[in-house]
Unconditional design. Sequence first.
Length: 481
Amino acid sequence: MENKKYSQYGSWESIFTPEKIIEGGLRFNEIRIDNHDIYFLEGRPSESGRSVIIKHNQDGTTTDIIPKNFNSRNAVHEYGGGSFVVRDEIVFFTNWEDQLIYKVSEGKLSPITQQSDIPMGIRYADLTLSNDGKWILCVRETHHKDKEATNEIVAVSTITSEIIVLASGRDFYSSPRPNPISNQICWLEWDHPNMPWDGNELYIADFDSQNISNKLKIDGSTNISIVQPEWTDKGELIYISDDSGWWNLKKYSDQKTSYILKEEIDHGGPAWQFGFRTYFVYQDFIFLKGSSNDKNKGLIRKISLSGEIIEEIEVNHTSISDLSFCDNKAIFIGASPTTSSELCSLDLSTTNVDILKESNSIQIDSDEISIAEEITFDTTSNDISYAYFYKPTNKKFEGLKNEKPPLLVISHGGPTGATSNSLNLSIQYWTNRGFAVVDVNYRGSAGYGRKYRDALKGNWGVYDTDDCIAAVDFLSNRGLV
């Protein structure tokens, strides 16, 4: 190793330029599986952020599914999500410019919904196909000139384009999912002023291609948040509820609800967008994303429907999203403290991980990367808060011995979002120049239970600010900045 040069913090020459940060920089999300094929969305900065549906071919190549003037994205609840679905190589997707649903089959593209008199006035999200493939179950949001938008669960015919309203009258809906062994469907609904992480309700009903009947509330309330309802192959309903104080796995079976796994760990997250997945069900087992105790590794946790933890497979990716199943493999989008987002395939038999596609092909010397350290510290109102601390790191430089590094404080958006320790080149831009960075998961952040998430209510701009200040005090008192 070459000798380092002493230089003032903040003055170091860096390998991270603005151009290098945005070079590549693809965004992956919305993994969908069609038989043996993997599809996903790829956001391309070089094309003004256009989201392209990609098919990952078995020979390792990829194919763009939609033409260059189309963008698989929607604006339901403004944040959108669940923008496409695929079965037997036929793709249905929502296009950003007009918010219509389009069908792509054998290279031919055609709309199956109608234009609104208001630009982008009728929007569709959370697309899911019925068991027979004849209907797209989804959320429809209709905008009006003189009143608030209305939301509904609808079924859109993939054959005739007929649209049937299945559920209406509530302010918001999400997550229509068909039971694979019957004509039942499930969904979530809630009203103002709640957000989905505040409280909502899970329902099931029978769908007969004309309407729904036998509607039944399963769980939830104005103070209980439910996310990600999914059916098993045997018709049991799995979902995540925070009525224990943490988003934990539950099930509805034999006409009763029960916990699958009750622990002080959030199994799900805030539903800012439609269609996110933190688990999948395969052969009477749930495969759930998790993390090691020190948060330096990720986990794929195999759990029985009775709640027994069968196996925990450790992976290098500390950030795991869109967890899906294909050919005895867990497919997910992962990132680690030293790698940007990548499309990953974990063999559930051998536990080997293959990288199917990288979001950023830039090769970075590990000696140039600052690895985050999670810190816990006291804050106001006798509470504690959390953050990730990044020390200045540069292969060629170190700070003067009589100096402490300047500190950059980051407060993530949300407020119920959360930051992670996965590689962020925008942070490395500063640490590689001799700045320390603290990325704060202030009170209100997800991932630390309901009480912590709710602490910011009525204290916006107060507790989040307090926690950022407390993080600085904590690091300063320890002589780190």
